[in-house]
Design a binder for this molecule. Structure first.
Ligand code: GDP
Length: 297
């Protein structure tokens, strides 16, 4: 489908005579290819531009190592620069959930995979970290979403807050907080309502809940296949609610992962996890190396 960037770059450099160092002209030629590849991987234009500029500064004048071809060397420089941008500070999967009961707020658009991710993460916290987790759905507009979380909870052996009809999201959040304290839970996860698009009501609701529980982590769930849209969503949620990390879902699909790069570059928020399928085990710690490889193709 996409031409492989590594091959393309090697092709470009095969045409060049071997010199001792990467000349400005060599680097420029290569970076044109890199820019095209980034845009094809759905990296946004300003981000691709900035990135190419950084790599250009790093690569020009670099001595060509004997063991690799100039093409391979540029690929490595680009790869390392991608990893640099993608990597957040600290370990991606390490959440700040030390003082129990620690609230985690899950936000995102409807259909992004928020409910599924809530359950996947609860399972991971339970199994890997030995945490007692309570989950609660705040999606009062969609009773089916509340039931979905209950069903997933039963499936993975994680408790869910009993559903009380007619309660508003803030009241549910308060009840979850009380229940988490009384019940001796380490973590309680709040699955907020999603909408197809960001609207004022959705943001206000999430902000009200945030003010009541003071979350230790606010994780934004975004569909990794939505590319540049994902970046706009992330920017908006971060401005209005304050996000501590991002989970990219559907990374098992054939997207090239460009959204990850744009999102890191634009919002500066760390990507914590990636969703790799519908199953409850299909959640992994974000690995910058892997996404870099995928963007490079
Ligand atoms: P929500 O509306 O944001 O809560 O979205 P859901 O959690 O209900 O997910 C919507 C659909 O996406 C469901 O069919 C999920 O199984 C699916 N889904 C969620 N995460 C992933 C993922 O990482 N990969 C794939 N392939 N499907 C996913």
């Amino acid at each position: 489908m996409f031409e492989n960037l590594s091959e393309r770059l090697s092709g470009v450099f095969d045409r060049l005579t071997k010199q001792g160092a990467l000349s400005e002209e060599d680097v420029k030629t290569a970076l044109r290819e890199v820019r095209v590849a980034l845009l094809e991987a759905d990296v946004s234009l300003p981000v691709a531009r900035d990135f190419v500029k950084t790599v250009q500064d790093q690569a020009t004048g670099q001595a060509v190592t004997k063991s690799v071809t100039p093409g391979q060397q540029v690929v490595k420089i680009v790869h390392d620069a991608l990893v640099d941008v993608l990597r957040g500070e600290g370990e991606a999967g390490a959440l700040k959930i030390d003082t129990p009961p620690a609230p985690i707020l899950m936000v995102g658009l409807q259909g992004s995979g928020k409910t599924t991710t809530t359950a996947k993460l609860a399972k991971r916290l339970k199994e890997r970290d030995g945490k007692r987790v309570l989950m609660a759905s705040l999606d009062t507009n969609r009773p089916a979403a509340m039931e979905q979380l209950q069903i997933l909870g039963a499936q993975i052996g994680v408790d869910t807050l009993p559903i009380v009809k007619g309660e508003d999201p803030v009241a549910i959040a308060k009840r979850a907080k009380t229940q988490a304290s009384l019940g001796g839970y380490d973590v309680y996860m709040l699955d907020t309502a999603g909408r197809l698009h960001i609207d004022q009501e959705l943001i206000q609701q999430a902000a009200d809940v945030r003010d009541v529980v003071n979350p230790r982590e606010t994780l934004l769930v975004v569909d990794g296949l939505t590319g540049q849209d994902a970046v706009n969503v992330a920017t908006e949620f971060d401005d209005k609610i304050g996000v501590t990390g991002v989970v990219l879902t559907r990374m098992d699909g054939d997207g090239r992962g460009g959204a990850a790069l744009s999102m890191r570059a634009v919002t500066g928020k760390p990507i914590r996890f990636v969703g790799l399928g519908e199953k409850m085990d299909a959640l992994e710690t974000f690995e910058p190396d892997r996404i870099a490889g995928r963007i490079l193709g």
